[in-house]
Structure formats: structure tokens, C-alpha cells
Design a protein around this ligand. Structure first.
Ligand code: SF4
Length: 269
């Protein structure tokens, strides 16, 4: 009798190999499934991210701009003026003062000192008296006379048109420069941010900033440049009529469905 053929061991080896291969296949399948799930989650996340409607979503901003345009199609600067110089003076006077009050003061001021040349020679005390009711009258009178002298000395008696030059004039900061360049020269150098624009863009969550300078930068990113001038005029009118500082008229507001402000008030009296 010969020795029995040793078949058991190779069979075991083959079984072990098959089991190992199965395990590898299972692990690979699991890994692939896990990878697919992760990809799926990632894709969902991306989709969710894309579908988020934030306050600065372009569509929302566009809706706000359109509705403002519909309601205040012809909004213009409320300060009375006949030229760039008068608008510069009126805007300097409007700091911490209503446009109505400024409009009461400027006719007599411009009658007495009608040009930058006349204003440059004006006695400071006389100008102070003429602008007294606008508040901070000493500083404002000093700035107006200083502005006239600067415009004559460096700009040939004509209010300049660039931001760089405008900012060198006494009493002129970005707001005044934007008012003059936008309303008179029709050049959108920036966005006018006054108290109304500041309050309303914050209420409408178009900005989280708290200083006029930063708010202006945020709005310049958000709003097309060709809409900068009209946007400010319209928001200022909206702020006077509807979105009033202390008691916004939310029941009458055409932006109510786009507004999440905590300051909403519904009282109609
Ligand atoms: S709903 Fe009220 S708070 Fe909001 S923008 Fe309109 S008036 Fe202002």
C-alpha cells in the first residue's frame, strides 16, 4: 500500500486563500460604500450651501433695489442747490441737522455770499450768524469759509470731481464727496451713507458693519455701481416716510416680506 495522497492541506490552503480574498473584497466594498456615502453627504452639503438664501443673496438684493425703484423712481437730493458749490455748502451744513432746516438757512447765506470767491472773503462771525440754527455753527462756518478758500486756491474756483481732491476740502468727508459727485456731477464714486442709509441697510441685513465707512464698502460690494447714486436717494426717502428711526411703519412697508428686523413695529398711530 502506498502512502495516502496528502490532499487535506492544499484544500485548507485554498479555502484560507478564498476566505482572505472574500474579506479583502468585503473590505473594499465597504470602503467604496463609505466613500460613496461621504461623497453623497458632501454633495448634499454643497447643494444645501448653494440653496441657502442669505440676506445678501443677489436675488434678494435685486428685489430690494427693484421695489425701492418702483416706489421712489424720481427720488433726488432734498437739499436745495443750483450748482456744485451750493450743494457742497448745503451738505456741510446738513451734518447733525435736517435737510428742511438747511433749506431754510441757505437762501439768505447764498444771497449774501453767492460764490466761493465771495465766501472766501466772508467775515467768519457773519457766516456763523447765518448758519447758527443748523447746530455746530462755529465749526460749520469755519469749514465753509475754508472750503471756499481751498477751492479758489487749488481748484480754480470750481468744486473738483475726484474723491482724492474732494477729500482735501475742509469739512468734506466721504459722505459730502459722494453727495456732490453723485447728485451734481452724476459720477458714482461711492455710496452716500447718512443716518437713514445706515439704519435701513442694517435693518435689512445688507451690512453687519457699524461705521459709515465700512457700511459704504459693504454696499459698494453688494450694489451695482450704476445704482449707487439712486440707491442712497431712495433709501433716504424710504427712511423718512416708512422705515422711520423710532417707529418704523412696518404695516405699510413694501419690503416687509424681505425684512427680518427685530425693530419691526405694527402700530398705525
Ligand atoms: S418692515 Fe419695518 S423695519 Fe423692516 S424695512 Fe420695513 S419699515 Fe423698516
Amino acid at each position: 500500500m502506498g502512502k495516502p495522497v496528502p490532499t487535506a492541506r492544499p484544500q485548507k490552503k485554498a479555502e484560507t486563500k478564498t476566505a482572505a480574498a472574500k474579506a479583502v473584497l468585503e473590505r473594499t466594498a465597504k470602503k467604496e460604500a463609505a466613500a460613496k456615502t461621504a461623497m453623497g453627504r458632501g454633495a448634499n452639503k454643497t447643494a444645501k450651501k448653494k440653496s441657502v438664501v442669505g440676506p445678501t443673496n443677489p436675488q434678494r438684493v435685486e428685489t430690494i433695489l427693484q421695489r425701492l425703484a418702483e416706489h421712489y423712481a424720481n427720488a433726488v437730493c432734498a437739499l436745495h442747490h443750483r450748482n456744485a458749490w451750493e450743494l457742497t455748502v448745503a451738505t456741510i451744513l446738513s451734518a447733525q441737522c435736517t435737510d428742511v432746516r438747511v433749506n431754510m438757512v441757505t437762501p439768505a447765506l447764498f444771497q449774501r455770499f453767492p460764490t466761493p470767491q465771495a465766501m472766501a472773503k466772508a467775515p467768519q462771525a457773519e457766516v456763523e450768524e447765518l448758519v447758527r440754527t443748523t447746530g455746530f455753527f462755529r465749526n460749520k462756518a469755519k469749514n465753509i469759509v475754508g472750503a471756499a478758500r481751498k477751492i479758489i486756491a487749488e481748484f480754480g474756483g470750481k468744486v473738483p470731481q475726484t474723491m482724492e481732491e474732494l477729500l482735501t476740502i475742509p469739512g468734506v468727508a466721504r459722505k459730502t464727496a459722494n453727495v456732490v459727485s453723485g447728485s451734481w456731477y452724476k459720477i458714482p464714486l461711492g455710496v452716500v451713507v447718512d443716518t437713514h442709509v445706515m439704519r435701513i441697510t442694517q435693518r435689512l441685513e445688507l451690512t453687519k458693519s457699524t461705521t459709515p465707512e465700512k457700511i459704504e464698502q459693504d454696499l459698494m460690494q453688494l450694489i451695482p455701481q450704476d445704482a449707487w447714486i439712486d440707491f442712497s436717494h431712495r433709501v433716504i426717502h424710504f427712511g423718512r416716510e416708512i422705515c422711520i428711526a423710532r417707529k418704523p411703519r412696518c404695516a405699510d412697508c413694501f419690503l416687509e416680506d424681505r425684512c427680518n428686523s427685530k425693530d419691526k413695529t405694527w402700530s398705525t398711530h
